[in-house]
Design a protein around this ligand. Structure first.
Ligand SMILES: N[C@@H](CCC(=O)N[C@@H](CS)C(=O)NCC(=O)O)C(=O)O
Length: 211
């Protein structure tokens, strides 16, 4: 398996899931703005959307979309118990993956992070953040994880919450969310993945500054 990733982007969730599972995988860095793979290939030749995560699962098959990629990793390594097998609990996992992907990642954080965004768009996104973080906070109060145990949804959520610090969203206003973030970030797989990608992120920022 080969994960195409960009440092600290949403593909970090798949790296966390792979570390949790103890899976052996390759990690290939992508410049998602230039649509270039680190080895010089055109990333649009890997996936036409040019987005990470893109997971080459072997036999030339590339899987995209966080929700699908994360569930694929969970199912490929069932011993890691990163997703409930079926039934309502599996639907709950999908509920949270959908919530994180559409309500937080795309509706709130992308407009705040996108360099082509403007103040009006950012104000709209910040306005949306309040209800979504309130819903999350109510759910996380008294809970360790989104489901009964750590799952790929937690890997995705901790990845997305990490962007709060870059976008001026102060999680202190939602203590249950802030405490959850600190707790999950301390998990060995998460701490390792974040440390590694933070170093790569700093390197890519420095390289961009000297261009
Ligand atoms: N719908 C995709 C969105 C993935 C996505 O937004 N990836 C971002 C990084 S977090 C990206 O590659 N952005 C570059 C671009 O959209 O051109 C998913 O859920 O996987």
């Amino acid at each position: 398996m080969n994960l195409y990733f960009s440092p600290l982007a949403c593909s970090l969730a798949t790296r966390i899931a792979l570390y949790e599972a103890g899976a052996s995988a390759q990690f290939t860095q992508v410049d998602t703005r230039a649509k270039r793979v680190a080895d010089g290939r055109d990333f649009l030749g890997v996936t036409p959307m040019g987005q990470v995560p893109a997971l080459d699962v072997g036999d030339g098959q590339v899987l995209t979309e966080n929700s699908a990629v994360l569930q694929y990793v969970a199912d490929r390594f069932p011993d890691a118990r990163l997703a409930p097998a079926n039934g309502l609990e599996r639907a709950r996992l999908q509920q949270w993956l959908g919530f994180i992907g559409t309500e937080l990642h795309k509706a709130v954080f992308i407009p705040l992070l996108d360099t082509r965004s403007n103040d009006a768009v950012k104000a709209y996104a910040k306005d949306k953040a309040a209800l979504r973080l309130q819903v999350l906070s109510a759910h996380l109060t008294g809970r360790e994880f989104l489901l009964d145990r750590f799952s790929v949804a937690d890997a995705y959520l901790v990845t997305v919450l990490n962007w709060a610090a870059f976008t001026g969203v102060d999680l202190a206003a939602w203590p249950a969310v802030r405490d959850y973030q600190q707790r999950v970030q301390a998990r060995p797989s998460v701490a390792r993945a974040m440390q590694e990608e933070s170093a790569l992120y700093r390197q890519s920022q420095n390289a961009a500054a000297t261009r």
